[in-house]
Design a protein around this ligand. Structure first.
Ligand SMILES: [Zn+2]
Length: 234
């Protein structure tokens, strides 16, 4: 077996057997990693809480055929404020789950790693209202999702932008919006998020616009993944 070293964010972990755990992580250079941690339930586990979800670690792993095996893990960042604050932690859980679903096994994606770590640091420091919504739009954009924002996806009319349909892939005109109406402000936030204009979006204060944008983002993510996220109540 070969050893490799990487920085990794722990996304999820679950028990296998009597005393082992599997951790799913996003490695900076390795993409999604699934690795066994031996003996975590022993009281004096040498890994302690370092491999809990939301930990950023420096990792030394043995490459395995199906699952890798963690050899060493040193804490880089624990995001303590986020762990201790219900609102922050709920958002972090959605961020981790969305990341786990989007990341692909063994597919190196350093940009995705940078995006997720950056957003978790902003959550830890400031927790701006629009963070989760804008992150999900950026996550979708990073995976190649480009909704049509200029004209109606049903008829091509550029005259009115009155609705949005994630599954159809973009905006809807007044005639086609039906029950899928959204505000122009929400469409503006979506466009700005997809185009990376995050600074101005993150200044938006808590408002119905935040909820609207977040809901649209999560629906689009689910339409893209074709299933619901566990951490989001529908
Ligand atoms: Zn139309």
């Amino acid at each position: 077996m070969t050893l490799y070293r990487d920085s990794a964010l722990v996304l999820r972990s679950w028990r296998i057997g009597e005393s082992d755990r599997v951790v799913s992580m996003l490695g900076e250079n390795s993409g999604k990693i699934r690795a066994v941690v031996k003996g975590v339930r022993k009281t004096k586990s040498r890994f302690g809480a370092r491999l809990e979800p939301l930990s950023l670690v420096s990792l030394l792993c043995w490459k395995g055929r199906d699952l890798d095996v963690v050899s060493q893990a040193e804490t880089i960042e624990l995001f303590r404020r986020t762990r201790e604050d219900f609102d922050r932690l709920s958002k972090a859980n959605v961020i981790l789950e969305a990341t786990e679903q989007v990341a692909q096994d063994g597919f190196s994606d350093p940009e995705l790693f940078k995006l997720v770590v950056r957003v978790l640091r902003v959550l830890e420091a400031d927790n701006p209202a629009m963070l989760l919504g804008s992150f999900i739009w950026k996550l979708l954009a990073s995976q190649g999702y480009r909704p049509q924002m200029e004209m109606c996806v049903m008829c091509g009319s550029p005259d009115s932008r009155a609705g949005f349909d994630a599954a159809a892939g973009g905006v809807l005109c007044d005639e086609h919006a039906g029950g899928r109406r959204v505000s122009l402000d929400a469409l503006e936030v979506i466009s700005n998020s997809l185009n990376g204009k995050l600074a101005q979006i993150l200044r938006i204060e808590d408002s119905p616009l935040v909820v609207e944008t977040e809901t649209l983002a999560l629906k689009s993510l689910e339409a893209t993944l074709e299933r619901s996220l566990r951490t989001v109540r529908s």
